[in-house]
Every structure is written in C-alpha cells, then in structure tokens.
Write a protein that binds this ligand. Structure first.
Ligand SMILES: *Cc1c(COP(=O)(O)O)cnc(C)c1O
Length: 370
C-alpha cells in the first residue's frame, strides 16, 4: 500500500490485492502451455466484442500497437495527413508518425475534446483520416465527427484507449470509426498487469487482414499471405482482462459517483476553478479527472505537501514537443490546448477512494484559495 500519500493517485495495489481467480486460471494456462494466442485470447476477444457491441476484436501488445495496426489496415502512410488533437498521450501522434504519415494537430474544446468546428478547416487534399481521442475517458462529439468524415470522404479511427466502458448515446466509444484502438494499460479503465490493447472493427475484410497481420501474415504454420508482424497479446494478460471485464461497469459507476462529488464540491471555488462541461449523453470513464485552476503549479505543490497525489496530463501539448519541431508549429497556434496545458491538474478519482478522502481533497483545495 502507498503509505506516503493520504490520497494516493495509484490504485493498483488495491486493484490487484486479491487475485485468486487470476491465479487459478493462470495455473490452468501454464498446464496447457498454450502461451501464444489460443483459447484465452479468443475468449477475451469474444467477450470484448460483446461488451462494446462490435463484430470483431483482436487483442494486441498494447494500445500503441492497436493504433499502428489500425493505421496500417487503412493503408495510411507516406504523404498522408491525419487530423488529431494536440492534447493527448504521445502514442496518438507517435502511431501516425510510425506509419510515415503526418499528424495535423487541432485544438480542443472546454471538455478537452477535439473542437469539431475546427476539423473542416484543416482538411486538405492529403487528408486521409481523423483520429479523435476519447481524452481522459470523456468523449468528443462522435456524431459530428462522423458527419464531417462522410461529407469529406475520409475515414475515422477512434483512439478509445481511455474509453473502455464509456457510452455516447448508449453506444460504446470505439464503435463509430472504421477501426478503433483501445488500451488496457494499468492506468486506463480496463487494466491488465502490464501492457495490453485491442483493435475492433465491424468490417469483415479489415478483420481478416488484421487477424493475419497481427500474426506474421500467417494463414497456417507453413503459409503466409503477406508480410506481417507479431503484436499478439499474452494469454496471461487475457486472463487478467477477462476478470477486469467482470467489474468494469461497477468501477465506472464508482468513478462517476466520485467525480460528481468532486464537481459539486469544487464548484464553490468558482472563479478559481473551471470544471469541464459534462454532457448527459456521454457516460465518462473518468480515466482522468481534470480541472482547470488558477495558480496551478502552486496548487500542485500545496496538494502534494498535504498528501494528495496529483498529476498533470500533460504540461506540454504535442505540437510544442521537441519531437514536433519539423512540423513547424509555434506557441500560440493552438491556444485553448496551450492554456489548458498550463492550467490543468488531474486529481485522484479512482474507485478505492473513500468519501472522506474526497471531502479532504475538496477542503484542502478550498483552503488553498482562501
Ligand atoms: C494510453 C494511451 C495510448 C497508448 O496506449 P498504450 O497501451 O500505453 O500503448 C494511446 N492513446 C491514448 C489516448 C492513451 O491514453
């Protein structure tokens, strides 16, 4: 257990405190020695498809590989432009660059999601794709994005890495785009004990291609149809993911309850704090609970001193990273994201927080601004 913080950010010691069922299944797996692909992977993929309501899912190494696989499946590469957000984890843009394409960053709205009113202005003859991100576990306006994509004849791959278990008008994140990517990294909504990811699609041709590409292009042991890669998930992790799926809805329910408590407790701090807009059609996963606040860096230090483990996701937007220098962005190009990068703070919201810990957090923040 984390003794250092009164309100720890890291919930994994609690999440993986009791693993009897996982150990039981691991023993069976070890006995069977089916250590690559095999029945546990297939079982997980079926359960996952059912859970998000999609036709085909394939378990991958991690979410980054899931994104790269999705891009390759649509033949995105050199000379292509891909529209995405600047306020995301590195992997969203990293995957675009990995296949040789160029990320085109656009700004976000007051919910930290892609600003759909800016998408069409960024579409050029080279634009092949939009990658909207379900950032923090909230969702962008997917209906609008799909309309824009259709009108301009470009595809959509959702980066739903933080979106497993969310809903948009009762549809799951990662069921709008042509192919979609998910992560099961330990700090997302569905956790494995290490790395894990999923790609999903409703398109049979794409599914057939991904299934082979993920496994060297193999049709059977002695034949390949084309050159592929190995980005298979470990069956050991599939067992953890299967257990995770049993409790994910409950986890998201508690995170939503915690977020509500924080929202209403912190509202009193207006105008020092801005809580992002919440829209009723979006069930958020609250992978991250982010607010904008004045004197952010002082607040961060104060909270840490008071035993509250907070984070910043992230202090430098993608377009201002050194890695982006050839893309020729300047400070001031994407002002909303830049403002947010300087003002946002991520508070613990996880399912193991007590009401007392939540109230303590609210009180300490209120005291800071007194
Ligand atoms: C975590 C994350 C990824 C990468 O997933 P990994 O499993 O860590 O490779 C990509 N995009 C977003 C938005 C993420 O949060």
């Amino acid at each position: 257990m984390n003794k250092k913080f009164k309100v720890p950010y890291n919930y994994l010691p609690y999440e993986f405190k009791s693993n009897n069922q996982i150990f039981k299944e691991w023993k069976k797996l070890i006995k069977s020695t089916e250590f690559t692909l095999g029945p546990y992977i297939e079982k997980f993929e079926k359960l996952f498809s059912k859970y998000i309501n999609t036709k085909y899912s394939f378990a991958t190494n991690n979410g980054t590989d899931a994104l790269i696989l999705s891009l390759r499946a649509l033949n995105i590469g050199k000379g292509d432009e891909v529209i995405t957000v600047t306020n995301s984890f590195y992997a969203t843009a990293g995957a675009i660059v990995a296949v040789g394409a160029k990320p085109v960053f656009i700004d976000c709205d007051d919910r930290y999601q892609i600003d759909t009113s800016l998408i069409e202005n960024s579409i050029t003859k080279k634009t092949k794709l939009i990658i909207p991100v379900h950032w923090g576990g909230a969702s962008p306006n997917m209906r609008k994005i799909m309309q824009i994509a259709k009108k301009n004849k470009i595809d959509v791959i959702e980066d739903a890495c933080m979106g497993i278990g969310g809903k948009i008008f009762n549809k799951s994140p990662g069921t709008f785009g042509k192919i979609n990517a998910f992560s099961m990294h330990p700090l997302k909504s569905l956790n494995v004990m290490g790395d894990g990811g999923v790609v999903s699609t409703n398109n049979k041709n794409i599914a057939d291609w991904i299934k082979k590409y993920r496994n060297h292009g193999m049709v059977d042991r002695d034949h390949i149809d084309f050159w592929g890669v190995n980005v298979r998930m470990q069956p050991l992790q599939a067992i953890v993911a299967i257990e995770g799926l049993k409790k994910i809805n409950q986890i998201i329910k508690i995170r939503n309850r915690n977020a509500k408590i924080l929202d209403s407790g912190l509202k009193k701090n207006h105008p020092n704090i801005v809580i992002p807009g919440r829209v009723p059609e979006n069930l958020e996963t609250f992978s991250l609970y982010m607010i904008l606040c004045k004197k952010r860096d002082q607040l961060k230090n104060y909270l840490i001193k008071k035993g509250i483990e907070v984070k910043i996701h992230y202090p430098i937007p993608l377009h201002l990273q050194k890695a982006s220098k050839n893309l020729n962005y300047k400070k001031g190009n994407l002002p909303v994201s830049e403002y947010q990068a300087n003002h946002l703070i991520t508070l613990p919201v996880h399912q193991y927080l007590t009401i007392k810990q939540l109230k303590y957090m609210i009180k300490v923040i209120n005291d800071f601004y007194k």
